[in-house]
Design a protein around this ligand. Structure first.
Ligand code: SF4
Ligand code: SF4
Length: 362
């Protein structure tokens, strides 16, 4: 055994024990597993954020050679990713401005098709933050609040409204318009503009962020439930997924624990097959169910072990990333000199938003 593996062995042993130890409420350890993977992805996002900050700061001051720009930052550009996907579909060529945005968008869709909205509950950093804010809210107020259905149902429609707006805009654009938009000065530095937006929040922006944080403390997953168009799209795709939670009414004791833990507030205890577009595939209902065999994860008639679900999710997402890198479909073609020149003039009028679906590049 070499020095590295002997140093790592106790840590791996402790991690395994943590994953497998009884939690006092779980027949298996899916909650711990999901939390570990979700937190690891959050860690990756933090590292990406720090790297991107260093890159932008060096580019703004012309400190060459610039540090590496992490292409993963494009995960925060889903609209550019969706436009890139349609452009790729129409032209057969993946744009080289933000190719990683399109690859990540495709991987999230593939995950939704196979493993429900697992992107939201296992990968997305905003989803992670939403869950933690809800947990803080429960500590502060003793509970999370529920809106009356008269408010809840129309508000849940908001995210589909926002999704519909973007979908129509992109639908109306042909290959020329999409190519022109992707090449605008605005889109070429959309990642930097997004970062600057959050770094320099004005009164209105700050008010919106504070409002969302307070809403997330009070109502579990307020952003995801009411506003996120990305989650809305993944939910629609997840309707086609063969994977779902199945309840066996014979084994079920009607304790209602699954309903109480479900972050999407789905009526698990009265369903047979949970195929709702709001089901994130978090598997928390499985984790809390005290009755053996009452809830199982299924793909068609076949039972899917939680470990298989988690490994498949990692294989698809990380495998997609490695494959894209290997095929040269990950890094932007924008060079450091261009980035530096654009960032130094980023407040100029040419970096304003060029318009939506009516944009024809002229
Ligand atoms: S039904 Fe189960 S897997 Fe789906 S969101 Fe609710 S707790 Fe998570
Ligand atoms: S499925 Fe499990 S957690 Fe849900 S009501 Fe039945 S026994 Fe309780």
């Amino acid at each position: 055994m070499n020095v590295a593996s002997s140093l790592a062995a106790p840590h791996l042993h402790r991690l395994r024990s943590w994953l497998l130890q009884p939690t006092g409420r779980k027949a298996h350890r899916s909650w711990r597993l999901r939390n570990l993977i979700h937190t690891a992805f959050l860690g990756v996002s933090v590292v990406i954020g720090v790297m991107f900050y260093r890159f932008v700061r060096a580019a703004a001051t012309g400190s060459f050679p610039l540090p590496d720009r992490p292409a993963g930052v494009e995960s925060f550009l889903p609209i550019s990713g969706a436009m890139g996907l349609k452009h790729w579909w129409l032209t057969g060529t993946l744009n080289d401005i933000h190719p990683a945005a399109t690859i990540i968008f495709v991987l999230a869709l593939v995950l939704a098709l196979l493993l429900r909205k697992s992107f939201c509950s296992w990968i997305c950093s905003v989803g992670w933050l939403s869950e933690k804010l809800a947990a803080v809210g429960r500590r502060l107020f003793g509970r999370n609040f529920r809106l009356h259905p008269w408010a809840d149902i129309p508000l849940r429609g908001l995210k589909y409204f926002v999704l519909g707006f973007f979908a129509v805009e992109i639908w109306r654009m042909n290959a020329v318009a999409l190519g022109a938009f992707l090449n605008t000065p605005y889109n070429r530095v959309a990642d930097v503009k997004l970062g600057l937006f959050f770094a320099n929040l004005g009164g209105v922006g700050l008010g919106i962020v504070v409002g969302l944080v307070v809403a997330s403390l009070l109502v579990q997953g307020a952003w995801c439930r009411y506003l996120c168009p990305y989650g809305a799209l993944l939910g629609l795709f997840s309707r086609l997924s063969p994977v779902r939670i199945r309840r066996d009414p014979v084994s079920c004791t009607n304790c209602g624990l699954c309903d109480r833990v479900c972050m999407s507030r789905l009526p698990v205890s009265t369903s047979i097959d949970m195929r709702d577009a709001e089901c994130t595939g978090c598997l928390d209902c499985l984790a809390v169910c005290p009755a053996q065999e009452a809830l199982t994860l299924r793909a068609g008639p076949k039972r899917v072990p939680v470990w298989t679900f988690a490994l498949l999710l990692l294989a698809i997402y990380l495998g997609g990333y490695v494959t894209a890198r290997g095929l040269g479909l990950w890094d932007t073609a924008i060079g450091d000199l261009e980035y530096a020149a654009r960032i130094q003039n980023i407040h100029g009028p040419e970096y304003g938003h060029p318009g939506g679906g009516g944009y024809r590049g002229d």
